[in-house]
Write a protein that binds this ligand. Structure first.
Ligand code: HEC
Length: 194
């Protein structure tokens, strides 16, 4: 290689290395809605709150019903009875109704719908529910398998971002049935409240 070509090559290498060594440009802070979308996706809320339909490799979330909770039209009767043995819980074909020692829980409608979803929830209700494990932050215990304590370990800012995102989703009207709470659970929560 000629000396001149060498010099050009060295300068390109030096300039490139200098470019790599520079501190990466700071990413703009995501908006609360963007941050909430990221958290909802990473924390797999849709795995339980989006009804499933049968796909090629088994039940998969139905994108048309994204985050809309247990479908009101899907009856779960008869409820499985468990005798003593290794199996202690069951899930519906939609993966949105769960039966176990706590009773029957139905995944809530997390869309922005005002009447049946999160439309009327405010920050205090959502942060309160996820921190206390009580319905709306003050009612009956939130039943399994809702991982409220993991979600509640997020910062206030992240929890508020999740609610901001949920309230930005397209509303889907779907009145999720009330949970069936086994007596032992309601007695324990009454005792704890006294
Ligand atoms: C493993 C399944 C599962 C996952 C994952 C899950 N949920 Fe739930 N969630 C449930 C079930 C079931 C209920 C209904 C519980 C009940 O009725 O007590 C519920 C209830 C709720 C409620 C209603 C609470 C109340 O006060 O009654 C909210 C809000 C909620 N989930 C938000 C979320 C968010 C946000 C995420 C993700 C960060 C999430 N859930 C992840 C299963 C799940």
């Amino acid at each position: 290689m000629r000396p001149c070509a060498n010099a050009v090559l060295i300068s390109i290498t030096v300039v490139t290395m200098w470019g790599c060594a520079k501190a990466p440009e700071e990413q703009p802070k995501p908006s609360p809605v963007e941050r909430g979308k990221y958290l909802v996706s990473a924390m797999a809320c849709g795995d339980c709150h989006t009804p499933r339909k049968m796909g090629k490799s088994g039940p998969e979330p139905d994108p048309a019903l994204f985050l809309s909770g247990h479908p009101a039209s899907l009856s779960v009767d008869p409820v499985p009875q468990f005798s003593p043995g290794p199996w202690g819980a069951a899930v519906s074909t939609s993966w949105t109704a769960w039966a176990g020692p706590w009773g029957i829980s139905f995944a809530a409608n997390l869309t922005s719908d005002e009447e049946t979803g999160m439309g009327v929830w405010d920050d205090a209700m959502f942060v309160g529910a996820m921190r206390s494990g009580l319905h709306l932050g003050a009612g009956r215990p939130i039943l399994p398998p809702m991982p409220w304590s993991s979600v509640g370990s997020l910062s206030d800012e992240d929890l508020k971002a999740i609610l901001a995102y949920l309230k930005s989703t397209p509303p889907i009207k779907n009145e999720v049935p009330d949970a069936v709470v086994n007596e032992s659970v309601s007695e324990a929560s009454q005792a704890a409240a006294q």
